[in-house]
Ligand binder design. Structure first.
Ligand SMILES: Nc1ncnc2c1ncn2[C@@H]1O[C@H](COP(=O)(O)OP(=O)(O)OP(=O)(O)O)[C@@H](O)[C@H]1O
Length: 232
């Protein structure tokens, strides 16, 4: 379970996130929706422990400031970052050792194959395209077998096959009980994935729906109902 309590973040005088609270239950996919600058990435970075903020974040009931919580979540940032001097394979090795997770050669190969990286294993971080870096970043997040998985605009920059694979991965992870939070402004990409949606505007959550509440309504219609027709 992922619990955000009264999260507030200011960048200087700019109030980027304004007393936001929400919960993504175990084994559910939560979607943070909203236009550019709404505060989605700031929330995800705060949960990931990359920013100082006011308020509380619970990961599987543990504060995100605790090491125990940090070990339980995987994070795919909006802009992938890699070590220039490590190969793709070395990134995966580094991550699973750092997290103390035992991973078989077969599991590594399966992941690399899934994201069409098997022939890129020996490429250095600085030799990869943005989309390839994004795929490595997804593989790293999955490798640690997270209980909570956060993906910030994960479909941007991926080719159609990788998008299809990623959607499949998200559904499989959910099936295994992993709690997932995805930030996006691309409604189309998360249509089949969501269980609970949170619509943000100017640092606040202005509306939310669960799949049950929405009945058969399309996520796009719900989004425009909440935002009064503004494009996300
Ligand atoms: N490092 C920073 N320093 C100062 N202000 C920032 C910084 N990062 C974000 N902001 C501001 O915080 C607000 C929220 O930005 P954030 O990146 O969280 O939005 P977002 O919803 O993720 O947008 P996008 O969809 O474009 O990624 C914006 O007003 C932005 O200008």
């Amino acid at each position: 379970m992922l619990e955000i309590q009264d999260l507030t973040k200011r960048y200087g005088k700019n109030l980027a996130v304004d007393h936001v609270s929400f919960t993504v239950p175990n084994g559910k996919v939560g979607i943070l929706l909203g236009p550019n600058g709404a505060g989605k990435s700031t929330i995800i970075k705060s949960i990931a422990g990359l920013l100082r903020f006011e308020g509380g974040v619970g990961i599987q009931g543990i504060s995100n400031r605790e090491l125990e919580a940090k070990k339980q979540f995987g994070y795919v940032p909006e802009i992938p970052a890699m070590f220039d001097a490590l190969t793709v394979r070395e990134h995966l090795e580094y991550i699973h050792r750092a997290y103390g997770v035992s991973v078989s050669e077969q599991e590594i190969m399966d992941l690399l194959t899934r994201f069409e990286l098997e022939d890129k294993q020996d490429k250095l971080g600085n030799e990869l395209s943005k989309g390839m870096m994004q795929k490595v970043s997804i593989c790293c997040a999955l490798l640690i077998r997270p209980q909570v998985l956060m993906l910030d605009e994960p479909m941007v920059g991926l080719d159609p096959r990788a998008i299809k694979e990623l959607k499949q991965v998200i559904l499989e992870q959910r099936e295994q009980g992993v709690t997932i939070l995805i930030s996006t402004h691309m409604l189309e990409m998360v249509k089949e994935l969501w269980d609970v949606m949170f619509v943000m505007e100017k640092g606040k959550i202005i509306g939310q729906y669960t799949k049950e509440e929405a009945k058969d309504q399309d996520i796009e219609d719900l989004f425009f109902d909440i935002t009064g027709g503004d494009e996300g």
